[in-house]
Every structure is written in C-alpha cells, then in structure tokens.
Design a protein around this ligand. Structure first.
Ligand code: ADP
Ligand code: NI
Length: 215
C-alpha cells in the first residue's frame, strides 16, 4: 500500500472509532492535532509520514476509551500490521503513542523527533482558545463544576488521582494547561504556545472579574 493510501485508511478508521466521543477525543481534535503535527514536523524536518500517522492514531489507544491501555495498544498494532505499514514505521508509531500521554506529568519524556512533534501538537490543542473549549467540554462530560473557590488546585498527584480525582475545570488550568507552554519539546511549538498561553491568562483574569460580579 502507498503511504497516501495508508493515511487515507487511517483517517477512515479513526473517524469510525471516535465517532460520538464527547470526552475531548473526537475526530476534530484528531484533525487539528494532525494539522499541527504536519506544520511543526515540516519546520522541524521530521519524517512527515510517521508524524501524520501517529497524530491520526494517537488517541485510539487512550485508556479512557479502552478496557486498558494495553488493549488499546494491541488494537493499534493489529491495525498497523493489517494495513501494510512497514514494520519499522509501525514500531515507531506504537512507541510514540505509548509514551506521549500526559498522565498528570508522570510519564517519561519522549525521545524521537517525530514523537516530540506529535506530543507538541497534542499539547498545543490543549491550550489557547481550543484548550479552553475542551476543558469545559471535558468537565461537563465528567459532571464536574466549572469552578469552586473553596477547592484549591492540587500540586502533585499520581496518575490515578489525575484521572479520577474530583476536580473543577478552572483547577485543570493550574494542574496542567498553564504548565504545557514550558513542556514543549520543539522550538516551533514553543513559539506557537506563547500566543495560546497568553490568551488563557487573559481569559482567566476576565473569568475571575465576572465571578465577582464585575464587567
Ligand atoms: P492527555 O492525552 O494529555 O492525557 P487527556 O486525555 O487527559 O489528555 O485530556 C483530553 C482533554 O481533556 C484535554 O484538553 C484536557 O485538558 C482535558 N482534561 C483532561 N482532564 C481534565 C480534567 N480533570 N478537567 C478538565 N479537563 C480535563
Ligand atoms: Ni489527543
């Protein structure tokens, strides 16, 4: 199969798999991450086939959408083989999606340039205007409050606490989103993150003003 054909098949499969998801992993998140990964990958001279394929598949194995993280990875491995992805690229894609998730900041740093590119792309879609939209969508999906002034943000947490702890949308900014700018792997993404980060800071200032009845 040609690379373009593989990518086409991947788009179709991912759209089927994530159809109807409202936890923040819907197809349009995948679309945006793929666009970002291509842009960053070009600027960073990465292997664009691996970047695009890993970006397309990066959330298929998410433990929120599978019986377990291992089961999710096995599903992707089976797909890669069935669709004729060269073994080397398949192994690389699996390594990327297996290491890139945030998990409360407890995961090891990713290694290859392509892994860095795709992780940066995923992180950019978690900040800025898009990040704000996703954080409130996720909180609604989980049944969390937008904000509760009596609940302070948690400073350190295990992966289990990160996944399951009671939380508010506003606290998630402090527990994750405002840290992402400083965690970008590539110079290209670091620059793009600057603008998105500033936008969130401005948003939070206005949020607190309105919370207290100001304009
Ligand atoms: P990752 O793949 O980095 O682990 P997640 O799957 O945890 O990311 O998050 C997907 C989206 O949902 C992100 O935009 C993230 O900011 C948001 N999100 C994750 N956890 C929470 C939470 N506890 N409260 C609000 N939003 C969250
Ligand atoms: Ni993602």
């Amino acid at each position: 199969m040609t690379r373009e054909r593989i990518l086409q098949q991947a788009r179709t499969w991912v759209q089927e798999q994530l159809a109807g998801d409202s936890s923040g992993h819907d197809w349009w998140h995948i679309y945006r991450v793929t666009e970002l990964a291509m842009r960053i990958g070009k600027a960073e001279k990465a292997d664009l086939f691996v970047c695009e394929l890993a970006a397309l598949l990066h959330d298929i194995a998410d433990e929120k959408l599978n019986p377990s993280a291992q089961a999710g990875m096995a599903k992707v491995a089976t797909w890669l083989e069935a669709n004729g992805v060269p073994a080397r690229d398949a192994a690389h894609v699996l390594a990327i999606i297996g290491t890139m998730s945030y998990k409360g900041g407890n995961n090891k740093p990713v290694r290859t340039r392509e892994a860095q590119v795709v992780q940066d792309a995923d992180r950019l879609d978690a900040i800025g205007a898009m990040g704000i939209a996703r954080v409130f969508a996720y909180a609604g999906w989980k049944g969390h409050l937008m904000h509760d002034p009596s609940q302070a943000p948690r400073t350190a947490m295990t992966p289990e606490e990160y996944r399951s702890g009671k939380n508010t949308a506003i606290n998630h900014f402090y527990e994750k989103l405002l840290k992402l700018k400083g965690l970008m792997n590539t110079g290209t993404a670091r620059q793009m993150a600057e603008h998105r980060h500033q936008f969130m800071e401005t948003y939070l200032e206005q949020f607190y003003r309105e919370w207290e009845g100001s304009r």
